[in-house]
Design a protein around this ligand. Structure first.
Ligand SMILES: Nc1ncnc2c1ncn2[C@@H]1O[C@H](COP(=O)(O)OP(=O)(O)O)[C@@H](O)[C@H]1O
Ligand SMILES: [Mg+2]
Length: 316
């Protein structure tokens, strides 16, 4: 295995709030090899977006980041503002949640590419932009359009083209297809996967559609209340999920073959400002015992590259 392109350890993000500090990301760690695909799943509010924003150092006050992020061996949290500016897009890029609405509405697509290249001291000729658009399946004429003249799927493809324009080593894609209809979702995800492979970048893909995710990623990470409660090879996690939360998420999978109604998971996650001691999942866990109310479960290894933070993970 080659050296990891990104290594994250002990990553935490705290927001200062009126009710005290809210721990939105709690001790998250993972590493990715070049070209590897990690999927991050979990309910809304579990800390997925905050995690990728922290990797980009895009958490704004009153948020604060702790821990270690090594991008190609460089300590991201120690970079100067200028080094950080140069690393963004060029070494690690983000397709943010709701990316298509982040395109500048008053600029033609061409100008948005030109601005990106200019910010990195590179020239943007028409051929280069046309080639990038072609890579994501868009005709060259898209360069002359404004965002409002494009469909959702086309805008999302533009965002992907911007994210790969400077051939980063890591792509972070936050629910890149969630606003699109099912058929377009699959096409856009296939395009993202193809260009990611072509440039050999590792990718962190956030999504809440477990089925779509299962087909795309190599490894999956399940987040709950800011923690990575289970990580492992996607096949192993689906075949033998070891955390009760993962089992419930997979059980809640709307299956195309079974056509049964989507069942949410009963209950709500704990407050991030007032966390109970013990396991964050205890209040919703069908298997919780006395120990879970007092003792926070550390990550336990349950198989090759497979970890789960549950006291009973080995027995599951
Ligand atoms: N600026 C902020 N101030 C306080 N809390 C925040 C802020 N931004 C996000 N959060 C909280 O952090 C938690 C994680 O949010 P987020 O990372 O967006 O979750 P996800 O992407 O998994 O839906 C949520 O509970 C959210 O309310
Ligand atoms: Mg999010």
């Amino acid at each position: 295995m080659s050296a990891p392109v990104i290594e994250v350890a002990g990553l935490s993000v705290r927001y200062r709030t009126a009710k005290g500090p809210a721990l939105a990301v709690d001790d998250v760690g993972f590493a990715l090899s070049p070209g590897e695909r990690l999927g991050l799943v979990g309910e809304s509010g579990s800390g997925k977006s905050t995690t990728v924003l922290a990797l980009m150092r895009m958490i704004k006050p009153p948020g604060a980041i702790d821990g270690r992020i090594l991008l190609e061996g460089r300590d991201v949290l120690a970079l100067s503002e200028e080094e950080l500016r140069r690393a963004r897009f060029a070494r690690m890029s983000l397709v943010p949640q709701g990316a298509m609405s982040s395109l500048n509405p008053v600029l033609r697509i061409r100008s948005q590419f030109a601005d990106l290249f200019a910010a990195h001291g590179e020239r943007a000729d028409g051929h280069r932009i046309a080639a990038l658009l072609a890579r994501v399946g868009l005709p060259a004429g898209v360069a002359d359009r404004h965002p409002h003249e494009l469909s959702g799927g086309m805008k999302q493809r533009v965002c992907i083209a911007l994210a790969i324009a400077l051939t980063p080593a890591v792509i972070l894609a936050d629910e890149p297809t969630s606003a699109l209809d099912v058929v377009v979702q699959k096409q856009v995800l296939a395009t993202l996967g193809r260009v990611q492979q072509e440039i050999g970048a590792a990718i962190v893909l956030i999504g809440h559609d477990m089925a779509l995710m299962a087909h795309f990623v190599d490894r999956i990470g399940v987040m709950y209340a800011g923690r990575l409660v289970e990580t492992g090879p996607v096949k192993a996690v689906f075949r033998a999920p070891r955390h009760p939360y993962t089992r419930m998420l997979i059980g809640a999978l709307p299956s195309l073959t079974e056509r049964r109604a989507f069942q949410g998971i009963p209950g709500v996650p704990p407050s991030l400002t007032d966390r109970p001691p013990g396991c964050p999942f205890q209040t919703r866990c069908p298997a919780a015992e006395a120990r879970c109310r007092t003792e926070a479960p550390p990550a336990r290894t349950v198989g090759p590259g497979h970890e789960a933070a549950c006291h009973f993970a080995e027995a599951a």
